[in-house]
Design a binder for this molecule. Structure first.
Ligand code: ADP
Ligand code: MG
Length: 360
């Protein structure tokens, strides 16, 4: 299913929860809506689901108008499935009945599925690895198992659009990682379009074809995970996704002079014009490197956090704090004077291409 959101605003009284939202979701696309708490993610998802209508603008699905300020198609008349953070299971129904329920009541159930509802229940239970637990009640399931039931229930009728609102945020860290893979596999098998709401940048980067970064009811940037990470267009995106240091300095074309120091020049070819206009350079913690030789930007180490495969340093540079992630082979300690360098920008380059860069 294709979905278009055109010039959508949503107001609660005088508060603008969504401002001029424009978004296209292609057939089979996995779109992540990423942003901090309160930025309007759930509000946007509720408009797609049909729980609410826009204050202005309109929503189209498969080129049919489904909502504007005066009209909206209710959820059961849209070919969608939904997964909530809270699982939303029914306490009196066992696992099989949860999955059977939408198959009995979904308006868009294909003729192919109608005669074989029990077969479909088995099939979906196997997909989420719950076939041995069909008779269990929700109170007899772990958090991860409950979330699997909620996923199975949503995909059982083969909806054309699957809406997920922070579906993994109530699971513990290890389970979340495992469920990410399962959701990716479900996407490949079902081929449904997915709109996946999250405040967790690593979830969005790991799973989505396209990321929509939102802030205060507005879209800040839309792009592939790589575009969002390697070329953030705004200072908000740079600091929210990947926690970039926003370093002040002077731009001359694509050359950047941190803190106006004429002797230190960084290549900023990949930095967008919006950040250049603000005299900022977004440097990821892993893009910076520390040394004791005095040809970088001078700073003092104020915090050290050992992480196993790397060490996270906080450096005070001209009254500002920078964060640098460095491998464990060189160690620095609090109070030490160091020099910060920009590493070569090699994102997206394979080893053979990188070699060419070095030997060119
Ligand atoms: P998110 O899901 O990104 O955390 P929400 O979409 O839930 O954010 O909320 C966006 C903003 O809209 C918040 O400031 C929230 O308080 C406000 N909001 C959401 N629903 C309502 C409502 N029914 N009435 C008034 N304000 C609301
Ligand atoms: Mg929310």
């Amino acid at each position: 299913m294709t979905t278009q959101i055109k010039n959508v605003n949503k107001n609660y009284g005088s508060f603008n929860a969504l401002r001029q939202i424009n978004l296209d979701i292609k057939e089979g696309e996995f779109v992540a809506i990423l942003g901090p708490s309160g930025c309007g993610k759930t509000t946007l998802l509720r408009l797609l689901a049909g729980f609410d209508s826009p204050s202005s603008g309109d929503v189209w699905m498969n080129h049919k108008l489904i909502a504007n300020s005066t009209f909206f198609l209710p959820p059961e008349k849209r070919n969608i499935g939904m997964v909530f953070q809270s699982f939303a299971l029914w306490p009196h129904m066992n696992v099989r009945d949860h999955i059977r329920f939408p198959l009995k009541h979904h308006q868009f159930l294909s003729e192919e599925l109608k005669p074989s509802i029990d077969h479909r229940v088995d099939e979906v239970l196997k997909m989420v690895d719950m076939h041995h637990l069909g008779e269990r009640m929700p109170s007899e399931l772990s958090g991860g198992q409950k979330q699997r039931v909620a996923l199975a229930r949503a995909i059982a009728p083969k909806p054309a659009l699957l809406l997920m609102d922070e579906p993994l945020s109530s699971l513990d860290a290890e389970l979340r990682m495992g469920m990410r893979k399962e959701i990716q596999q479900l996407h490949q098998v079902t081929k449904a379009s997915i709109v996946y709401v999250t405040h967790d940048q690593s979830e969005a980067l790991a799973m989505a074809d396209k990321i929509v970064v939102m802030n205060k009811g507005k879209i800040e940037q839309v792009g592939t995970p790589k575009e969002i990470y390697s070329s953030p267009t705004t200072s908000f995106v740079a600091s929210f996704v990947g926690k970039a240091n926003l370093i002040k300095g002077k731009w001359e074309g694509t050359a950047f002079y941190p803190f106006h120091q004429p002797s230190i020049k960084w290549d900023g070819t990949a930095v967008t014009s919006e950040l250049r206009a603000k005299n900022l350079f977004p440097a990821r913690p892993e893009q910076l490197e520390l040394s004791l030789s005095d040809d970088g930007v001078k700073g003092i180490i104020t915090n050290v956090q050992y992480q196993g495969k790397e060490i996270h340093y906080t450096i005070m540079v001209e009254g500002e704090q920078w964060v640098v992630h460095q491998d464990i082979f060189a160690e620095f300690s609090i109070g030490e004077e160091v020099y910060v360098h920009l590493k070569e920008w090699t994102y997206g380059k394979r080893m053979d291409e990188r070699k060419e860069l070095h030997f060119a």
